[in-house]
Design a protein around this ligand. Structure first.
Ligand code: NAD
Ligand code: UFG
Length: 354
């Protein structure tokens, strides 16, 4: 298949692009590099031994997007592009609705124009909001509690309505739990800009000595050790879930929703301990106030994906931490600044099809 991947230079996108290339698919990436670097794709190409086509375009640029679809005529789209910082979405909600919702609308229009109606969408367990009925199953009522989560909820609803209106659409809403880890080569991984919002990259930066200590948000939750519990899932398992969903969509029309999680929760202290054990480094931490908006515990029921997609997470917490640590040690400052690629401006323009 020819798969167009929006946000393919980002964390989950780059790991998925690698698996698509390894499976023999043709891949075109559309990314505006607002939260990523083309260096990730240079490394993906070298790992795969073949190249994805990379286009530097913003989904908000409808004209350019339409042109790319006309040029590439993809068979299917995997849609990762989006902004994802919960706190920023509270202070800048319109930026999130514009980028995530309008960006998706533009994408759907561009797809329709070339009769491409197979779409895998990056949704999130955040659409379950503060639900306390664990484990979370796909039929749990949706109730997002912040603008970021509501962009995901609105897009899910929009995609369901679209599929109901026209049986030619095949759509997957994949609800990710907490993606962590990195490719086993240590060459690609998560490269958060500034202070990481999420636990694992923060812990990794403490272990490597870039930050002093982990702030554990709340020690008085009704969990075994009092700290928050989440369903961490290895990014390689997550990427494999996208390929499984694509395969399913080739034979099934309509909108489908799957949780992608392991079904097992780990606490903040368990994550810190695993990191200290694997890295052999001290990971100092301090228990502070709860973070507003956090739930005590959240983990998936991933049976639907197992039964329908034949997909199941294979990696445990130890493996996630080992791979994350290899990436962190080998790339202490992530992919580095754009001018550090060893490419001239001219070479970069050619690489990005500018
Ligand atoms: P990421 O920021 O690493 O990747 C997103 C990519 O999209 C980046 O390369 C960014 O430059 C690009 N992008 C953003 N807006 C764009 C636009 N308007 N036009 C073109 N490109 C644009 O994030 P990620 O962790 O890989 O997440 C991928 C998707 O999965 C996102 O939609 C995110 O909301 C969703 N998700 C992530 C998590 C998580 O914890 N990482 C959890 C649940 C869902
Ligand atoms: N935590 C800390 N200290 C930190 C960061 C996090 O103690 O510095 C705790 C949180 O309180 C929580 C756990 O670690 O108990 C995990 O927090 P993350 O920020 O890593 O992840 P969240 O579960 O809050 O949210 C993530 C993504 C969302 C996505 C959601 C899906 O950030 O975008 O998973 O479940 F929607």
């Amino acid at each position: 298949m020819h798969v167009l991947v929006t946000g393919g230079a980002g964390y989950i996108g780059s790991h998925t692009v690698l698996q698509l290339l390894e499976e023999g698919h043709e891949v075109s990436i559309v990314d505006n590099f607002s939260n990523s670097s083309p260096e990730s794709i240079r490394r993906v190409n070298s790992l795969a031994g073949r190249s994805a086509h990379l286009r530097s375009v913003d989904l908000l640029n409808q004209q350019e997007l339409t042109k790319i679809f006309a040029d590439t005529q993809p068979d299917a789209v995997i849609h990762f592009a989006g902004l994802k910082a919960v706190g920023e979405s509270v202070s800048e909600p319109l930026k999130y609705y514009r980028n995530n919702v309008t960006g998706t609308l533009n994408l759907l229009d561009a797809m329709e124009a070339v009769d491409c109606r197979t779409l895998v969408f990056s949704s999130s367990a955040t659409v379950y909001g503060e639900s306390t009925a664990l484990p979370l199953i796909e039929s749990t009522p949706r109730n997002a509690t912040n603008p970021y989560g509501r962009t995901k909820l609105h897009i899910e609803e929009m995609l369901e309505e679209l599929a109901a209106s026209d049986p030619r659409w095949s759509i997957a809403n994949l609800r990710y739990f907490n993606p962590v880890g990195a490719h086993t080569s240590g060459l690609i991984g998560e490269d958060p800009q500034g202070t990481p919002n999420n636990l694992m990259p923060y812990v990794a930066q403490v272990a490597i000595g870039r930050r002093e200590k982990v702030h554990v948000f709340g020690g008085d939750y009704p969990t075994a050790d009092g700290t928050g519990v989440r369903d961490y899932i290895h990014v390689l398992d997550l990427a494999a879930g996208h390929l499984a969903a694509l395969k399913y969509l080739r034979e099934s029309a309509g909108a489908h929703t799957w949780n992608l999680g392991t079904g097992t929760g780990s606490s903040v202290l368990e994550v810190i301990e695993a990191f200290a054990r694997v890295s052999g480094k001290e990971v100092p931490y301090k228990i502070v106030e709860r973070r507003s908006g956090d739930v005590a515990e959240n983990y998936a029921n991933a049976e639907k994906a197992r039964l329908e997609l034949g997909w199941k997470a294979e990696h445990g917490l130890e493996q996630m931490v080992e791979d994350m640590w290899r990436w962190q040690k080998g790339n202490p400052t992530g992919f580095g600044p754009i001018d550090a690629f060893g490419m001239t401006d001219e070479e970069l323009d050619i690489f990005l099809n500018r």
